[in-house]
Design a protein around this ligand. Structure first.
Ligand code: ATP
Ligand code: MG
Length: 755
């Protein structure tokens, strides 16, 4: 079988152009990721050793999916490809090389929580006002310095940066960065940005190491290249410098991470960096209907800064985009949930065909509530990771401390959990003593009687001895036995076991779940070393999606638009299309930021394959107060020919007409987005072939319905029952309608009468 058969001719050319620099700038859904996948398979088929291939993806999930596809073509060899996110790949390299830059091999990775907690304690020690020195802003500032490869020393010499800080009322910012970096170093820890920053330091300072990896990675590929920041860009450029077999794919119209330092210039500069680059343009979208592609094009046309592209689809025309207006966020949730049930029944879809996308995480609450009410199973992606839950972090902190006792965030986290009589005053004393003598916290803990007196010295010593005993165990036993020992002897299991509240029970179960995971790890046959520190290595990099036990479960997906990048779903709901929410309040004053929001909307729309729903509420709770909202300007930008402004899920509609307060839901009329009408708008349906129900239409009891019976549906008209399946209350009827053909209806929702 020709394994390249599933490609069009440009895609195929790009796949076969394996040597030299290649850039694919292409529209959404045009097969960029597919080209990378096939290209890797092609390279391996041609005899390239998978160990020599490096593929950088946007999420771990994307890497996993690609690997599975490649496996189908080349078999188990695919396991050896270096494929993953920038963070996971370079963490893996740093695990081997860390000592060259002064870090222990088993360095800890500080996640966002650890980073913020460390920053808070530094701000407190320096007596800085936490309003001026808002921890998120301070973190952002340090992060952007690192992503631009500015070290603390350079930062403190950079007059322009320091002047900016003074203007923002943060004259000590440089010092905060300096102290933060020092403390991470002392703790043998790297934060997320360090994984890239330190990789650059490593490759810059150690030419022999750079050389080694340049020769190892003979072929490099980067997906979503438009969202790489300077630090990532430089790593890729350095690694590719010898062979120059580098292929990057991206879409400038989908660049959505400028706030994190992603630099669209990377795409534009690629041609300057590699003058002999072969550029491929893909313009055919294979994902979506014509309607969706046209709508997406009409949005992005409003951006001034973009590369010229003409994205088109040869798929079916498709339905218009259904636009719904709700009176509140709760109402919006209800509309979405009902529409999902309705579409699922009408079009025989599964729950996993649906995705709900929102601008901010907070919007998931209203959606979740409505889904739960209708018993719709769902899963939130990119939400708080399993590994971020308190009880899991607590136990993992013990693990971290066992292998890296200098890990100060872990130490502070568990020194008095479960409670063992080490109060805040004692902890402060330990910190002060460490600072005074330039010791690490662990040195003070391990020699407590030298620094503390009486009871606190004893309590701290006991804690220190316990950690040392864990270290001894960790060196002898496998991951599971070590983990179990620590869970028991630290007192965590007992503490959670004694908490009989519902939350306590669920925390206990989570710990069990973690231990189960470690058990599985201990029994794996494909890895040699099964000690707990190997299991632990990149736990901070895991997301919720990586702990997904059953990725094929039939659930609706909920996620922010940012995390939906690269994904696709048959039916997509984009919610919260309101001014100051989407586009976000912070973005509306600058063109650059507004354009980024628009690209985000473009990303959202282009996730949909066949059906797209957009909704907004005219009032919404934000920060605890009810606000009136205006429809988003983005609605006005969509080509009106692509919109169905008269959409309503049948359940709501039925309730409305059947006597429910009909002013609770109104549906938007054409050309009036900017002036929401508060009262119900009586619309004439623009659905094709709308059925005018027989006068006096009233749904009758359909419990006696049988195959062969003639029925009338309120909207679809007359038809004949050709099949019945399921049992009450989920009985479904397949009906052949005279005008519309075959449809499957869930009887409990169908407005049907037997004629
Ligand atoms: P995005 O910009 O959203 O990341 P993309 O350019 O990476 O999109 P893919 O995800 O690779 O696009 O492809 C979109 C969809 O189109 C996928 O389902 C893919 O399998 C399909 N596809 C791509 N090329 C072809 C082709 N030549 N024939 C059939 N289907 C294709
Ligand atoms: Mg893609």
């Amino acid at each position: 079988m020709d394994y390249l058969a599933g490609l069009n001719s440009t895609q195929r050319d790009a796949v076969e152009q394996t040597e030299g620099p290649v850039m694919i700038v292409a529209g959404a859904g045009s097969g960029k990721t597919r080209v990378i996948t096939y290209r890797v398979a092609h390279l391996i088929r041609k005899g390239v050793d998978p160990f020599h291939i490096l593929v950088l993806t946007f999420t771990n999930k994307a890497a996993k999916e690609m690997r599975e596809r490649i496996m189908k073509v080349v078999g188990a060899e695919a396991k050896n490809i270096w494929m993953g996110t920038f963070h996971s790949i370079f963490a893996r390299i740093l695990r081997v090389e860390a000592e060259l830059i002064g870090y222990p091999k088993n360095f800890t990775i500080y996640d966002t929580d650890d980073t913020k907690s460390l920053l808070r304690s530094i701000l407190k020690e320096m007596n800085l006002d936490d309003k001026l020195y808002n921890v998120n802003q301070v973190y952002g500032r340090i992060s952007s310095a690192k992503n631009n490869l500015i070290s603390p020393q350079e930062y403190n010499k950079n007059e322009a940066l320091l002047a900016e800080d003074r203007e923002n009322g943060r004259p000590q910012m440089g010092q905060v960065y300096f102290t933060y970096a020092q403390r991470c170093y002392r703790a043998g820890a790297m934060d997320f940005d360090d994984l890239l920053f330190k990789t650059n330091v490593l490759l810059n300072k150690h030419p022999e190491t750079l050389h080694k990896y340049q020769h190892q990675f003979k072929y490099l590929m980067v997906d979503e290249y438009q969202d790489t920041n300077f630090s990532q860009y430089l790593i890729v450029k350095r690694l590719a410098a010898v062979n120059e077999n580098i292929c990057v794919v991206g879409d400038d119209a989908q660049s959505i991470y400028a706030f994190r330092g992603a630099n669209i210039q990377n795409i534009l500069n690629f041609q300057k960096d590699y003058p002999e680059v072969r550029v491929f343009k893909l313009e055919q979208n294979y994902r979506s209907t014509k309607m969706i592609v046209n709508a997406a094009n009409s949005i992005i046309a409003n951006n001034k800064n973009q590369l010229e592209k003409n994205v088109f689809s040869e798929n079916a025309d498709g339905d218009k985009i259904k636009v719904a207006r709700a009176f509140s966020d709760n109402e919006e949730g209800k509309i979405v949930a009902e529409a999902i049930l309705q579409d699922k029944a009408l079009f025989s879809q599964q729950f996993k065909d649906f995705a709900i996308l929102y601008r901010t995480n907070a919007q998931s609450r209203a959606m979740e509530e409505s889904l739960r009410k209708l018993n719709i199973p769902y899963k939130i992606y990119g939400g708080t990771s399993f590994y971020q839950r308190k009880e899991i972090k607590d136990l993992i902190a013990y693990f971290r401390l066992t292998y890296n006792p200098n890990d100060e965030e872990a130490l502070k986290r568990v020194i008095n959990y479960p409670r063992r009589g080490i109060g805040d005053t004692t902890i402060d004393k330990i910190i002060v003593a460490a600072d005074k003598h330039q010791y690490r916290l662990w040195d003070v803990v391990a020699n407590a009687p030298m620094f503390l007196d009486g009871r606190s010295a004893t309590a701290v010593s006991t804690f220190g001895t316990m950690i040392q005993s864990f270290q001894a165990i960790g060196n002898q036993l496998n991951a599971f036995d070590t983990a179990m020992h620590i869970a028991q002897h630290s007192g965590i299991l007992k503490d959670l076991y004694e908490d009989k509240s519902v939350e306590g029970l669920s925390r206990y179960e989570n710990i069990q779940e973690l231990l189960n995971g470690i058990k599985e790890f201990s029994e794996r046959e494909d890895i040699e070393e099964k000690s707990l520190d190997i299991f632990l290595q990149d736990v901070a990099l895991l997301t919720n999606d990586d702990n997904d036990k059953d990725p094929n479960a039939d659930t609706v997906s909920l996620m922010t638009i940012h995390s939906s990048k690269g994904l696709e779903f048959p039916s997509v709901f984009i919610v919260g299309l309101e001014e100051n929410l989407f586009p976000s309040q912070l973005s509306v004053n600058s063109r650059a930021e507004l354009e980024e929001e628009r690209r985000l909307f473009y990303v959202a729309v282009t996730r949909a394959e066949t059906k797209l729903h957009i909704s907004y509420a005219t009032s919404r709770y934000r920060w605890g107060t009810l606000n009136n909202c205006e429809p988003s300007r983005f609605l006005d930008e969509l080509n009106p020919a692509c919109l169905d402004l008269d959409f309503k899920p049948r359940m709501s509609a039925a309730a409305g007409e059947g006597g429910m307060k009909s002013d609770r839901i109104a549906w938007q009329q054409k050309d009036s987005f900017s002036k929401p009408k508060p009262k119900v708008v009586k619309t004439t349906s623009i659905l094709p072939k709308a059925h005018v129900p027989t006068e006096g239409f009233a749904p009758s009891d359909t419990s006696g319905l049988q195959v062969g019976m003639e029925v009338e549906h309120e909207r679809f008209g007359f038809g004949k029952v050709i099949n019945l399946e399921g049992s009450s209350p989920d009985l479904k009827a397949t009906i052949f309608f005279k005008e519309l053909g075959q449809k499957q209806l869930l009887l409990k929702f169908a407005k049907l009468r037997i004629v």
